[in-house]
Design a binder for this molecule. Sequence first.
Ligand code: NAD
Length: 334
Amino acid sequence: MRVAVFSTKPYDEEFLRSANQQAGHELVFLEPRLSEETAALAAGSAAVCAFVNDDLSAGVLARLAEQGVRLVALRSAGFNHVDLATAAKLGITVARVPGYSPHAVAEHCAGLILALNRKIHRAYNRVREGNFALSGLLGFDLHGRTVGVIGTGKIGVCFIKIMAGFGCRVLAYDPYPGDAAREAGAEYAPLAQVLGESDVVALHCPLTPETHHLINAESIEQMRDGVMLINTSRGALVDTAAVIEGLKRGKIGFLGLDVYEEEADLFFEDLSDQMLRDDIFSRLITFPNVLITGHQAFFTEEALGNIAATTVANVTAFERDEGELHRVTADVLA
Ligand code: NAD
């Protein structure tokens, strides 16, 4: 099957080529992001392979359908960027990679917590400049602290295990509580209690209409003074303007982000010789207690290998109508 692979980076090409050796699909690697302007590049392909910042809104899907595209194979678990209802109307099947390495994201989340707490990003620069002073680097023991986990799916449960290993008390909120989180050491509690009692709040739920701006001025107010907030899930879970206000007041003591509401115009590109045009992002990076990574939590060898293998398997399952196709439909959200 001919597959137009949008937003291709060299590492995507390497892992997809390797996973495709047996399957033998015709992969057309395209650097541009998928948008109304670039959708024409999919001409002649029955499938499109897309990543998190590709545009799969109604207009783009209509253009793809006009060109004969019948499958959108996402290289991601999240599918909040796809207009699933329109895809269904146009007869386009949407598939995703439901879980590729929950460890990758959970471990990165733990990395952000450790770096922020012990100010490793600042210490690294100081030592390189011959400054061995410790003032300003004071941290706290994670042991005995309360960590709040919002969303206890695959990544949330991995993260609970890591935090339990540090000796933290783990409080969790999920509208669908599960035994795996309890067995990993978490205690379920209502959202307000999780926010109110946690020293660290970590977001591991998907972006849905219900979770959009879950962290806003009101929910920040419910948190402990000096709380550490970590978002490795999706940018729009957090109202960035409200978080900036919280940081300015000292209500939020630490902020770790791997995702950002308006990341599509920034992340995955080298913009180091350009001026940043996003004033909100520019403000965020002025805070010494904010640590941002550019959507790299998934970026491990294991995860890339699994993403490529499942993506190719999804294409094969769709083409042959056999084997497991990880289909996403509008009712998945419900
Ligand atoms: P999952 O589907 O296994 O788990 C999601 C959990 O969130 C489920 O238990 C669900 O019940 C819960 N949930 C749904 N609505 C909720 C709400 N309103 N409040 C609290 N919990 C709610 O998903 P996962 O594999 O654990 O991934 C979680 C999210 O992580 C994904 O949706 C994706 O957005 C994000 N992610 C980020 C990266 C990255 O590189 N930064 C990589 C992969 C996934």
